[in-house]
Ligand binder design. Structure first.
Ligand code: PHE
Length: 340
């Protein structure tokens, strides 16, 4: 009786061990059959009723069955362990003979790129490239540019005043003043650089941005001369004709003064946050140099005339690359910078 029971238990258990798909399933079989309250333990309870001889014989069978099943369990368990190890080795395999990834090369900031490009263009045309300080005197930033003390451009909310009475220059126009003193007439100059305004920062306003000043003084400089330069500049920058419009604009240092707008290259006209939903972007205020400015620069306005423009370099970069938020430019975010 017990022989047969043992026999069939051993056979079915061996099958289940082979059929187990995971080591958890295997463990369940072990507990059920070989565990302290398992089937084998159950069977051995029946041995009390046997004669001593029978008990000895069955006892041996029982032990043999137990040893065999334990061995089968162990070898199946090892198969699982081996498979797991192989899977891990497979997953963690690295080719140590591959070359290491080198350091990423850096690149020029898009503003620097556009500035250098324009400097190259103008230099090739014989235009002087001038530099001026970012901390500027009140005189150069305002007075010499015909901006009287009560002009709104001097208002505290636009200008960063320093304790010593100097200012963080609010535009590159003070370099006009320096240029007239340094070069005298006739002159042809540009001055790219960083400027500062006490602005509320949003998608199209920054407290720190870049301009490129241009100035020409000669014997017969007119609005036609100015427009020739503007068009040349824009064609070079955008690589195609852009739609522009001229509006009258007031700046104390030019007369007449204009606003040169270009059609928004982000939305193409219908309106977006960058163009404040107007379809146009103010790109280049410009005009003929005011006689007072020439005079304060030591140039006789009866003999000489000139034009000046102030190109918004930052805005230009945004237009050119379709950047919809000015704050990206100074974010230092490598994900942004690596695109250029
Ligand atoms: N300096 C002026 C500004 O930043 C721009 C400008 C420059 C206007 C030259 C006319 C001529 O607002």
């Amino acid at each position: 009786m017990l022989d047969q029971q043992l026999e069939s238990l051993a056979a079915s258990t061996r099958d289940r061990i082979l059929a187990a798909a995971t080591s958890d399933q295997l463990e369940a079989v072990r507990v059920e059959v070989l565990g302290r309250k398992g089937t084998l333990a159950e069977i051995s309870k029946g041995m009390g009723k046997l004669t001593p001889d029978e008990r000895k014989r069955i006892g041996q069978l029982l032990n043999a069955a137990k040893t065999n099943l334990e061995a089968a369990l162990e070898s199946r368990q090892k198969q699982f362990a081996d498979a797991a190890l192989n899977a891990r080795l497979e997953a963690e395999w690295i080719d140590v003979t591959l070359p290491a990834p080198g350091p990423r090369p850096g690149s020029l900031h898009p503003l620097t790129q556009i500035q250098q490009e324009l400097e190259d263009l103008f230099t090739s045309m014989g235009v002087a490239v001038l530099d001026g300080p970012e901390v500027e005197s009140e005189y150069n930033n305002f007075d010499a540019l015909n901006i009287p003390p009560d002009h709104p451009a001097r208002d505290m909310q636009d200008t960063f005043w320093l304790a010593d009475g100097n200012v963080l220059r609010t535009h590159t126009s003070p370099v006009q003043v320096r240029g007239m003193a340094k070069l005298g007439p006739p002159l042809l100059m540009i001055a790219p650089g960083r400027v500062f305004r006490n602005e509320e920062v949003d998608a199209s306003h920054e407290h720190t941005f870049y301009q490129l000043e241009g100035m020409m003084v000669g014997r017969d400089v007119s609005i036609a001369t100015m427009l020739y330069f503007m068009k040349l500049l824009l064609r070079h920058i955008f690589g195609r004709e852009v739609t522009v419009r001229l509006r009258p604009g007031f700046f104390p240092f030019v007369e007449p003064g204009f606003e040169l707008d270009i059609q928004c290259l982000i939305c193409g006209g219908p309106g977006c946050p960058v163009c404040k939903h107007s379809g146009w972007v103010e790109l280049m205020p410009c005009g003929l140099v005011h006689p007072n400015v020439l005079r304060m620069g030591g140039i006789d306005p009866d003999e000489w005339s000139g034009f000046a423009f102030g190109l918004g370099l930052t805005r230009l970069v945004m237009m050119r690359y379709g950047i919809d938020d000015i704050r990206h430019l100074q974010s230092g975010d490598l994900r942004f910078l690596r695109q250029f």
